[in-house]
Design a protein around this ligand. Structure first.
Ligand code: BEZ
Length: 178
């Protein structure tokens, strides 16, 4: 297997809408972190007046999560990362982690994480509070609930078990009668 290039690990919208070219796409697992809807979005799924909620990763030593690792062509990787830096400028920073590729080795990968205490950190909110925001928020990239539903669908298609995301999805469906 060819393994040159840089791996980028996606765990949110990057799974279903990468928006960049890649040479290989593999389901992958990241250990020691959990996916949480604890980041405010005032530029994609909300507005400065009414920020939505999107995912980031929080450190949780006993947790793991599934996402997708994309192998980037070395020639285009720098411009891809610069474009993602701009797309994810609301609090996210490039971080290097180790991910386990499904059916393959552990490799180091770049991941965008909005760390605790960043300017868009929503802190620890109840599920009810997160859902109440998600069902109302919309921004330039679309409604917040579409983001939640597309992410939940994408995780199901990876065979991922994510109680946090699936509980929010179920509560949003009840709230919206969908
Ligand atoms: C992702 O899907 O990997 C992602 C999520 C939030 C910000 C940047 C990337």
């Amino acid at each position: 297997m060819k393994s040159d290039g840089l791996w980028l690990f996606g765990y949110g919208s990057v799974i279903y809408r990468p928006g960049f070219d890649f040479v290989e796409r593999r389901t992958a697992t990241l250990r020691g972190w959990a996916r949480r809807f604890s980041q405010k979005s005032d530029d994609h799924r909300g507005t400065p007046e009414f920020p939505g909620r999107v995912v980031t990763l929080v450190p949780e030593p006993s947790s793991h999560l599934k996402g997708v690792a994309f192998r980037l062509d070395p020639a285009s990787a720098p411009s891809t990362l610069l474009a993602l830096d701009h797309r994810e400028k609301a609090g996210y920073e490039r971080t290097i982690v180790d991910v386990t590729l499904e059916g393959g080795p552990i490799t180091s990968a770049t991941v965008y994480i909005a760390h605790r205490g960043n300017d868009w950190d929503a802190g620890h909110e109840s599920h009810d509070a997160i859902v109440a925001t998600i069902v109302r928020a919309r921004g330039p990239s679309g409604t917040n609930v579409e983001y939640l539903f597309r992410l939940a669908d994408a995780l199901r298609s990876l065979g991922a078990h994510d109680p946090h995301v699936f509980a929010l999805e179920a509560a949003a469906r009840v709230a919206l009668n969908r």
